[in-house]
Design a protein around this ligand. Structure first.
Ligand code: G3H
Length: 251
């Protein structure tokens, strides 16, 4: 059985002080069982967040990583550095990184392998642009992204992977895919994984939906059979909203 996972992606928001304030308002909250909760914070906030969350039920994630363990890569952060902080998850291939920082499918694949090497779970983002959707290319695009991201990964790792399907036109726009459309694409992603590995592996991979998810629509997505959680940007920044998302994410 797949346990749903609600992950907040803070993007480039929250200083260390704001992170501590957020934590102060969620630390005594009893997370419901049957759902995982993760916060993916900026690098500068990770030490404070990881320290605070160490013995809690809330997981900590990063938003990017380099694939090498160390070296002359100015401005980059390695998987080993994240691991030592206590980070358990890392978003890779987010559409903003693909669009603004030229992150390729090949880089996503290298990052996924490097993260599994240090036992950090990648959250691999895939999704089509508006034009691709209008040209009826959604499935072609996500198939390419998933196939290349998973190239050479072992099935025991893929079973632990999280995929986030985020139609790019739905991110931060207030527009969402219908829950049925999102489920249809997510079921297709599962089929792609079944074809690459086998049905058992595909049944274990968790696949989230992302794009303008809010406390008042999260349950609609979670009611779908193939949707295993959400990757949430804007609505994860406020502690009460984050709690409500997790509470609505039980599936
Ligand atoms: O990673 C999260 C997604 O980009 C969705 O962002 P959003 O919830 O602000 O639309």
């Amino acid at each position: 059985m797949r346990i749903p996972i609600i992950a907040g992606n803070w993007k480039m928001h929250k200083t260390v002080e704001e992170t501590k304030n957020f934590w102060d308002t969620v630390k005594n909250w009893q997370k419901p069982s049957g759902v995982e909760a993760v916060i993916c914070a900026p690098f500068t906030a990770l030490p404070a967040l990881a320290d605070a969350a160490r013995n809690s039920e809330i997981g900590v994630g990063a938003q990017n990583v380099h694939w090498e363990r160390e070296g002359a890569f100015t401005g980059e952060i390695s998987p080993v550095m994240l691991k030592q902080l206590g980070v358990g998850y890392c978003i890779i291939g987010h559409s903003e990184r693909r669009a603004y920082f030229a992150e390729t499918d090949e880089a996503v694949n290298k990052k996924a392998k490097a993260l599994f090497d240090v036992d950090i779970v990648p959250i691999v983002c895939v999704g089509e642009q508006l034009e691709e959707r209008e040209n009826d290319e959604t499935k072609k695009v996500v198939k390419r992204q998933v196939t290349q991201a998973l190239d050479g990964l072992r099935s025991r790792d893929v079973k632990r992977l999280v995929v986030a399907y985020e139609p790019v036109w739905a991110i931060g726009t207030g527009k969402t895919a219908t829950a049925e459309d999102a489920n249809d694409v997510i079921a297709y992603i599962r089929k792609v994984i079944a074809d690459l590995y086998d049905q058992q592996v595909a049944n274990e991979v968790r696949i989230q939906y992302g794009g303008s998810v809010k406390p008042d629509n999260v349950e609609r997505f979670m009611a779908q059979p193939d949707i295993d959680g959400a990757l949430v940007g804007g609505a994860s920044l406020d502690p009460a909203s984050f709690r409500a998302l997790v509470e609505g994410g039980r599936g």
